[in-house]
Design a protein around this ligand. Structure first.
Ligand code: ZN
Length: 538
């Protein structure tokens, strides 16, 4: 039996991603922790129990996905997969085939469909009826703020021309007043979703296994599960006990307007249930300040350019959001707020300021996620309030969603203010990143490429979209690693490759700092280490 360390990795470059940009030639791991770097690690190789040759590739700290939905996404993987469909007809073909293959399923639920496939994101129930007339169908849009249902689903939910629009939501209608079949925002989707048979715990555990394997395969070692109900903390713990979890996870529990005073005790109990877990924590509370711009539901300071009668749909009143944030902060939870429009972001910043005013200053690192349209007057408030800016870099490109749905709603002046990553960094804000999968690609390298280039895969436009907001390579890589560790107060144990930190590592087949960022999506994730384990090896 060798007395040497467990593992030495050598034969490539180690990008520690520390503040100095240190490059090392090797890493030694023992007990799931980094115990030596560079020359000292190479010296341990002869007696190591395992030596891995990196074959000229690069070793980085594992990616931290600071906003992702493994449970929803994992469950969605069991339904018809319409994410690649490039026309309504293709979506219908996939759904029809799935229905034929699963004749006993009482409901067909799936996604994520591309909302740009129909003008203004408006999808007709009658189209789905042509594919599946006999059973209810619910498809989730890729932004998860809309659903497209068939007539059978509308009928089961009792939605007809007399049904009013629910609060902070819409039921788009035909000229005769009958509901079209697109449900906009949560309260509208819930009218149907409450009738969908609940997904069983074993099915959820299976979904978590698939979802976290997908994340580990992309080099992710930690994830912020961005919105769950407290009962699913137990689902995560089941998945962990069954050995199905391939990444560490912190769960954000979703607070609801009106209900939040009653949720406090349940959330605290859910957090306590996960307290002794090695891989799962539930230390965060999630708020939706608003919706999304492409559906016209993000809260804007000035009216929508294409709908001058509306500024969107804030989910909370400003005062109630502030009060709820202060209550959960007093309970010791971290705050994670979905904030997309400039009014939603301002309300979220105001809530954070209120929390500090009533509960006093402390190191609390509240997270605002998405940050699409930040009013320039609010940029400096992130650093001043200690707010972590969590962004989804893949969205910062002029793709069809941006071109066809978003830009017409914002008009040119506000369109040019979107996703101000570099401005936030220059202001001193801490940046973390995430995928928001299954809303968009789960692969960090896809998002990182856009953070640096601000281009579509084509690549378009030539100098990048709003090029002043492009990020330097080191800043982008650090945001997807150290930024996520900071977000969850774990910078002492992960986020960089350093002595004493966990060996949560990813091996890429090439060095991203030596290649154009536009090529990063082609890099292969050869292996992912999670402490002592290897959840992914290709
Ligand atoms: Zn999300």
């Amino acid at each position: 039996m060798s007395t040497g360390v467990e593992l030495v990795l050598r034969g490539g470059v180690v990008l520690t991603l520390d503040a100095l940009g240190t490059r090392a030639r090797a890493v030694a791991v023992h007990g799931g922790v980094v115990v030596a770097l560079d020359e000292a690690a190479l010296e341990l190789a002869p007696t190591a129990r395992e030596v891995v040759d990196l074959e000229g590739g690069a070793l980085l700290p594992g990616f931290a996905d600071g906003h992702v939905h493994p449970l929803w996404g994992g469950v969605e993987l069991a339904g018809p997969q319409v994410g690649e469909a490039s026309s309504v007809q293709e979506v219908l073909d996939v759904v029809r085939r799935f229905a034929t293959d699963h004749p006993d399923l009482p409901w067909i639920t799936g996604g994520p469909y591309d909302p740009t496939l129909a003008p203004e994101g408006l999808f007709d129930a009658a189209w789905l009826d042509a594919a599946v007339p006999d059973r209810p169908v619910v498809l989730q849009s890729s932004d998860h703020h809309c659903a497209w249902v068939n007539t059978a689903a509308l009928r089961v939910a009792g939605i007809d021309e007399r049904t009013p629009d629910p609060p902070a939501a819409r039921l788009p209608r035909r000229p005769d007043g009958t509901p079209l079949g697109t449900l906009v925002e949560w309260a509208a989707m819930d009218l149907v979703r409450r009738h969908v048979p609940t997904v069983t715990v074993p099915d959820k555990v299976t979904g978590l296994g698939r979802a976290t394997a997908l994340l580990a395969g992309a080099g992710v070692t930690w994830a912020q599960e961005a919105a769950l109900y407290p009962e699913d903390v137990a689902t995560y713990l089941r998945a962990e006990q069954a050995g199905r979890l391939s990444v560490r996870v912190d769960i954000a529990l979703r607070a609801e307007p009106g209900d939040w005073p009653d949720q406090r005790a349940t959330f605290a109990a859910a957090r306590a249930a996960a307290a002794s877990s090695a891989m799962v924590s539930a230390r965060t509370v999630k708020f939706f300040a608003d919706g999304v711009i492409e559906a016209g539901t993000a809260a804007l300071l000035e009216p929508y350019a294409d709908a001058p009668h509306t500024c969107g749909l804030p989910v909370w009143s400003t005062d109630e959001l502030a009060a709820a944030a202060a209550a959960f902060d007093a309970d010791g939870f971290h705050l994670h707020i979905h904030a997309i429009g400039d009014a939603g972001i301002r309300a979220a910043l105001d809530a954070v300021a209120h929390v500090e005013a009533v509960n006093g200053p402390r190191d609390r690192r509240p997270v605002l996620a998405h940050l699409q349209l930040v009013d320039p007057a609010d940029i400096g408030r992130f650093a001043a309030l200690g707010v972590v800016a969590n962004v989804q870099p893949l969205w910062a490109q002029p793709d069809p969603v941006q071109r066809d749905l978003t830009a017409p709603r914002l008009g040119p002046r506000r369109s040019a203010l979107q996703y101000p990553f570099a401005s936030l960094v220059a202001s001193g804000a801490v940046l973390s990143m995430g995928s928001d999968w299954p809303v968009s690609s789960h692969r960090p390298l896809d998002g990182l490429a856009v953070a640096v280039t601000r281009q579509t895969p084509e690549p378009d436009p030539p100098g990048g979209w709003l090029p002043l907001e492009r990020l330097p390579v080191a800043t982008a890589l650090s945001a997807y690693t150290a930024g996520g560790a900071y977000q969850s107060f774990e910078e002492a144990s992960r986020g960089t490759v350093a002595l004493g930190k966990r060996a949560d590592l990813v091996w890429l087949d090439g060095d991203p700092t030596r290649r154009p960022a536009s090529d990063w999506p082609e890099l292969v994730v050869r292996r992912t280490w999670l402490g002592g384990r290897v959840p992914h090896s290709a």
